[in-house]
Design a protein around this ligand. Structure first.
Ligand SMILES: Nc1ncnc2c1ncn2[C@@H]1O[C@H](COP(=O)(O)OP(=O)(O)OP(=O)(O)O)[C@@H](O)[C@H]1O
Ligand SMILES: [Mg+2]
Length: 493
């Protein structure tokens, strides 16, 4: 067994090179070997920056300014690389190899371990996360929760003394969340590693950790102690700052809905699918879908990871060709255009159907937040005064005003999501297809985002949202569509 690592911060801070202010400053923190810490803080507070610092991947003087000291077992993290394992939020982005066994072995191979030792560790790590599939199982055929457990196994195989998890369940359905939680519970049970987990939704982890540390945006530690103490005595104060304190979740009142909602898009026995790389025929992801999208209403598309929800979203958005059945845009939406949205040119689409992609980065086209917010309105040849007004209004509503000169790819996870929502809204589309619009938000930005979406729906926008966020469904959904895997579906009244 490996010894658990100790973390020490003394007046530590980091300013990302292109930013005027530090992301973290004056941080004093001691984490004892084997401790299990839940790290909280508002979106943009510096949580991921601290994890990157501990993993030794922030870079050097060219990338930013460091102050104070951050140590793992008394050494600079850059000199303690094998001791620290970092798992990020996106299960897809972290899987590099085709087979499960090779994926877990990859990190150990880089450590230069002997072959027998590597495969012993691979088996042990897969066992530790409860991933019971053959070593040659294709990684592309794992569910989101399985992929995330695979990512954790890959880190464990290197036997790190410090395990860092950055929003490991943000993109998972409830089953996936439970799987990952279970895997982490097993790994921390032996206290063989120190654990720091970042997640906005506190409930998932609060019973598994011994300590909660709340970061002050741009500063050091705001609150620190046993979970009950921090989330109990300071609940009101922390909730007011955006921490998802259990029992104090924000409530977003639902605005009025129009009675005369015209139909905009009709799916009739629609089948959706995507062509995989190297294949000639698309694979059907979901079939037999009947759905009517109406102005001024919200439809939530629900179902487990892998049920075809995002594929349906992209098809409704006019970005994928249906593989069967019909998808018709009615005159209230299409005007004089073809009734098939896939035939529309991008400019025609922009004013009619906007898309918020599951991965925000897929939406970024420009070098600054400012330009990103202006792209859509400019493409529609809106007057300059309107372009500026739309940009400033959306930046303000989505808390991006201080980030207008930042590069979109350098934003925090929650900031990226909010920018991708803002860019989709900037062209005021009649239909908004939003894939997981609320992930990665603190309680304040979440509530603000929902109020904004609710206002749009009350004004007549049709919102179609793919989501695992049941609080969003409760707050906004008028209609629900449950996808239960290929060829099965059920409409929930
Ligand atoms: N690579 C980077 N380059 C420049 N600035 C960055 C970079 N990464 C983060 N930042 C900025 O540093 C600040 C802290 O970001 P960080 O990602 O650490 O926040 P976070 O607490 O993880 O937020 P979230 O909950 O939204 O993920 C933010 O202002 C962010 O825009
Ligand atoms: Mg983050």
């Amino acid at each position: 067994m490996t010894a658990a690592a100790r973390v020490t911060a003394r007046g530590w801070g980091w300013r990302h090179g292109d930013r005027p202010r530090p992301a973290v400053s004056g941080l004093d923190l001691d984490v004892e070997p084997g401790e299990r810490v839940l790290l909280l803080g508002a979106s943009g507070a510096g949580k991921s920056t601290l994890l990157a610092g501990l993993a030794g991947v922030l870079g050097d003087a060219e990338d930013g300014d460091r102050t104070g000291e951050l140590l793992v077992d008394g050494r600079r993290p850059e000199d303690a690389r094998g001791r620290v394992g970092l798992v990020l939020q996106d299960p897809d982005g972290q899987t590099v190899l085709a087979r499960v066994g090779d994926e877990v072995a990859f990190g150990c191979e880089n450590l230069g371990l002997p072959r027998e030792e590597i495969w012993r560790r691979v088996a042990e790590a897969l066992e530790a996360v409860g991933l019971d599939v053959p070593l040659d199982h294709p990684t592309s055929e794992l569910s989101g929760g399985q992929k995330q457990r695979l990512a954790i196994a890959s880190v464990l195989a290197m036997r790190p003394g410090l395990v860092l998890l950055d929003e490991p369940t943000a993109n998972l359905d409830p089953d996936g969340v439970a799987e990952v939680r279970e895997a982490v519970a097993r790994l921390v049970a032996d206290r063989g590693a120190t654990l720091v987990v970042v997640e906005h939704r506190v409930e998932t982890w609060v019973d598994l950790v011994d300590r909660v540390v709340v970061l002050e945006p741009g500063g050091g530690v705001r609150a620190d102690g046993a979970p009950d103490a921090v989330l109990g005595s300071r609940a009101a104060e922390l909730a007011a700052e955006g921490i998802w304190v259990p029992g104090r979740h924000p409530v977003v009142p639902r605005g009025s809905r129009r009675a005369d909602a015209p139909e905009l898009l009709v799916a009739d026995a629609l089948a959706v699918g995507r062509r995989r790389f190297g294949e000639r025929q698309p694979r059907t992801a979901a079939a037999d879908i009947d759905l009517t999208v109406r102005a001024g209403r919200t439809t939530a598309i629900l179902g487990p990871n892998g049920a075809g929800k995002s594929t349906l979203g992209l098809t409704l958005a006019g970005l994928l060709t249906p593989v069967g059945g019909g998808l018709t845009a009615l005159p209230a939406l299409a005007g004089r255009l073809s009734p098939a949205p896939i035939r529309w040119r991008s400019r025609e689409l922009a004013a009619r159907i906007g898309t918020i992609f599951q991965d925000p980065e897929h939406q970024f086209l420009r070098g600054t937040v400012r330009d990103e917010l202006e792209v859509g309105p400019r493409a529609l040849k809106r007057p300059e005064s309107e372009v500026a007004a739309v940009r400033d209004r959306l930046a303000q509503r989505l808390r991006l005003t201080t980030l207008l000169e930042a590069n979109p790819f350098t934003l925090s996870g929650g900031e990226k999501r909010r920018l991708s929502v803002a860019t989709a809204l900037a062209t005021a589309p009649a239909v908004l297809v939003a894939d997981e619009p609320s992930f990665g938000q603190d309680a304040l930005t979440w509530a603000e985002l929902l109020r904004l979406l609710d206002e749009l729906v009350a004004e007549g926008t049709a919102l179609v949202t793919v989501t695992h966020d049941l609080a969003l469904v409760d707050a906004l959904a008028d209609d629900r569509l449950l996808l239960a895997g290929a060829a099965a579906k059920e409409v929930v009244p």
